[in-house]
Design a protein around this ligand. Structure first.
Ligand SMILES: [Zn+2]
Length: 381
């Protein structure tokens, strides 16, 4: 009882993660194996200074939440999860590069809309288990209040003017500025606004960002493409799964002051081990539900954290870096693969016809795996 009172008091004043000088070697090891494994971090990060930092945090660990839970409470009582349906969808889907279909009478596959459907299914199931769930967006609309028009000036600064003064060069220049302004608003600006609202307003115990992966389109035989006049989209064979948590900064990224500060916060606020646990639980649940093989990274922009958990990688993505709470990004399925495309079409057809979801509905499978992973990490059985 006394412990519960103390924990309750801590929640009122905000939690503080304090390290000690003795933990500098642990920080060095984390940098070498997870946060900057391919970079010369020793030249920019002072682990002794980092070990003196105390970082406040708004989120609670699974143990802290469980301490406040009564025996008769629901299994996820007390937990506050934020779900981020990745991207936007709707009329932004094409500009996001997150929209395709193989045949003209197929449904458009729009990642932003598919993951919103997953988030809504997962939300209902998590709430039924006692969790509080906040969706970072509830429709196919921007989270960022600033529209592309608000970024025109910045976009113009970032696009080089044409070398020649022809009308066609001016046309290309105008289109490049427009594309840059759209990107700044709906991609970078939207991610920054999501991270800001997580840290300042939602303040959940953990954030789960929902995505569906896609592979680069196979390049057509050039003569075929030119004969037909257009490149036919062809599905790929590889369908796989991977899960991401923060880490793997490059030398260049370590040179950016804001990234270095965000790294310091994430390294010292205790989110590292917590998101590794949640990431592992979600990876295991998704692997069991989908039976997909693990994706692989061919370049040094991500690192596999353990051979025991082949699905969990560390990668330096904006949301993973900026959200201070434990944050996990999910990438199950390759949408343009032979294995996933047909299932996505069936899921979209069922929804368009207002039919009951099929038992093997791919979005339901995804949502149920999210719930199973959250339950394995935070639940009380
Ligand atoms: Zn995505």
């Amino acid at each position: 009882m006394l412990l519960r009172v103390i924990v309750g008091y801590l929640f009122c004043v905000g939690l503080v993660a304090s390290l000690s000088a003795a933990q500098a070697p642990m920080l060095a090891s984390e940098l070498t194996t997870r946060y900057a494994p391919y970079a010369n971090w020793q030249s920019v990060v002072d682990v002794d200074a980092l070990a003196q930092r105390s970082e406040s945090r708004y989120w609670r660990t699974a143990e802290e939440i469980a301490l406040q839970r009564g025996d008769s409470d629901l299994p996820l009582a007390g937990l506050h999860i934020a779900l981020d349906p990745g991207h936007i969808g709707g009329h932004w889907a094409a500009a996001e590069g997150r929209q395709f279909r193989i045949a003209e009478d197929d449904f458009y596959v729009r990642e932003g809309e598919l993951v919103l459907a997953v988030a809504e299914l997962a939300q209902a199931k998590l709430m039924a288990l006692g969790a509080k769930v906040t969706l970072l967006r509830e429709a196919a609309v921007r989270v960022n209040p600033n529209s592309p028009l608000d970024y025109l000036e910045l976009a113009a600064e970032q696009v080089s003017p044409p070398n020649e003064s022809s009308l066609s060069a001016l046309w290309v220049y105008g289109r490049a500025i427009r594309a840059r302004a759209v990107h700044l608003s709906i991609v970078k600006g939207d991610l920054m606004e999501r991270a800001r609202s997580v840290n300042q307003e939602v303040q959940p115990d953990a954030l789960i960002s929902l995505h569906i992966n896609a592979a680069a389109w196979p390049t057509e035989n050039e003569s075929e493409a030119s004969e037909s006049g257009s490149a036919m989209l062809r599905l790929v064979d590889a369908n796989n799964l991977h899960v991401l948590i923060f880490g793997c900064l490059s030398d260049e990224e370590l040179q950016a002051e804001n990234q270095l500060e965000q790294l310091a916060v994430k390294l010292t606020n205790g989110s590292g081990p917590a998101e590794r646990l949640l990431g592992g639980a979600l990876a295991t649940a998704l692997a069991e539900a989908t039976e997909l093989p693990a994706a692989r990274y061919r370049r040094n922009n991500a690192i596999l954290l353990s051979s025991q958990q082949p699905y969990l990688f560390a990668r330096n993505l904006l949301l993973l870096r900026m959200a201070e709470c434990p944050t996990v990004l999910l990438e199950p399925y390759v949408a343009n693969s032979v294995g996933a495309y047909g299932r996505l079409q069936s899921a979209l057809a069922n929804r368009a016809a207002g039919r009951v979801l099929a038992e093997d509905d791919i979005l339901l499978e995804y949502a149920e795996a999210v719930v199973a992973g959250v339950r394995a990490c935070y639940g009380q059985e």
